[in-house]
Design a protein around this ligand. Structure first.
Ligand code: 13P
Ligand code: SF4
Length: 364
């Protein structure tokens, strides 16, 4: 929500004074009134107070697939972060609108790559390596970055399909520029059998490539990262293994490579949920990803010994911007026929971004 005046702010702050029970009742009623015309989707990192209203939930890939396959609902309330809502807007028709309950719910990793930096990087890289290079972007990127990637023959990946799609891309180009998450890029490249010598690092602020042997490079990583997943360390894994020799550790591939290498398993949020679901009763598992998801799993499976890999880690503050008051405000605006925070990607950006997203959906 863009609060432009003090009057707006005072009006919104009232939502924090209203009893939660009243907001829950109102959201439930408005959702019912809209019926199939409205779909509320939520990412797995959302808080329970929001998740209770989700018609569908998922990891980034599933949420993109839902957007591409939703035709009946004309209004999609997207409880997640800005790049996810942009992706949904690009994949839905012009007759559908996507609403993000708080437009300040961004992603600090997505903000680590902008079009100006990418254009500069591309000019330097193609000057050195020629045209045999393909850009690949993690879905955690702005629509403008996806647009550049789509217009240059590249593709979007998520943590669920990165391995398959990067493998596909490595057969099509001598080199890849992977942005913005260096960790997902490095974990994927090493999983596919590339060596550290094949992997370089693009220092975006310096506009410079860091690599020992430029000729050996197959994948050039943008130097972005997720501050939530930076909080997981090998020492935490070692300490838990010492205390509980039978423990299994699963982490998200946005964690640094040494953490992924020390864990038993890595996977997207959907893969983590599935791993926990499949584990036998009594299994002891530590999970390295956002607290909202880990806390929900601990609550959901009391028969398993689930725990936080880092009990002191902070949850994603951007995902957490979507809360009950913002959702209640969003629903009130919709009911009043004045939807707020509609996310609209400009057509000249959406067209390139859609090419990169459609390639991903075809390959998934
Ligand atoms: P998933 O696609 O695995 O849900 O990850 C999204 C994300 O932002 C993780 O930080
Ligand atoms: Fe972005 Fe990290 Fe939050 Fe995911 S957890 S939305 S990558 S800041």
């Amino acid at each position: 929500m863009i609060l432009t005046s003090l009057k707006d702010k005072v009006a919104f702050n009232r939502y924090y004074d209203e009893p939660a029970a009243d907001q829950i009742a109102r959201i439930t009623r408005i959702k019912k009134d809209f019926g199939d015309d409205l779909l509320l989707v939520a990412h797995h990192y959302q808080k329970d107070e929001v998740m209770q209203f989700a018609d569908a939930r998922g990891d980034s890939l599933k949420l993109a697939q839902i957007a591409a396959n939703t035709h009946q609902a004309k209004k999609i309330i997207f409880c997640g972060v800005h790049f996810m809502a942009e992706t949904a807007d690009i994949l839905t028709s012009d007759q559908q609108s996507v609403v993000l309950p708080d437009p300040m719910a961004g992603c600090s990793m997505a903000d680590m790559a902008n079009s100006f930096q990418l254009t500069q990087a591309w000019a330097k890289l193609t000057a050195e390596f020629g045209d045999d290079i393909l850009p690949i972007t993690y879905v955690n990127s702005t629509a403008a970055i996806k647009s550049f990637v789509g217009d240059h023959g590249g593709v979007v990946v998520t943590s669920s399909n990165a391995k398959n799609i990067v493998s596909w891309a490595l057969h099509r180009a001598k080199r890849l520029l992977f942005l913005p998450d260096q960790h997902l890029g490095r974990n994927t490249a090493l999983d596919l059998g590339l060596t550290p010598e094949n992997i370089g690092l693009w220092l975006a602020r310096e506009n410079q490539l860091q690599a020992e042997n430029h000729q050996a490079l197959r994948v050039i990583l943008w130097d972005g990262y997720c501050s939530v997943h930076q909080q997981f360390k090998v020492e935490q894994i070692n300490a838990l293994r010492e205390k509980y020799p039978d423990i299994k550790i699963i982490v998200h591939p946005e964690c640094a490579h040494e953490v992924v290498a020390a864990a038993d398993e890595e996977g997207s949020t959907a893969a983590i949920i599935n791993y926990v679901k499949q584990a036998p009763a009594g299994a002891r598992i530590a999970i390295g990803t956002d607290n909202n998801l880990v806390g929900r799993l601990i609550h959901q499976y009391p028969d398993k010994q689930l725990m936080f890999l880092n009990p002191f880690s902070c949850s994603c503050i951007l995902m957490n911007r979507i809360d009950l008051p913002h959702l209640a405000w969003t629903m009130d605006q919709l009911a009043a026929g004045q939807p707020g925070n509609v996310i609209t990607v400009a057509p000249e950006i959406a067209s390139g971004a859609k090419k990169a997203l459609d390639r991903m959906l075809l390959l998934s």
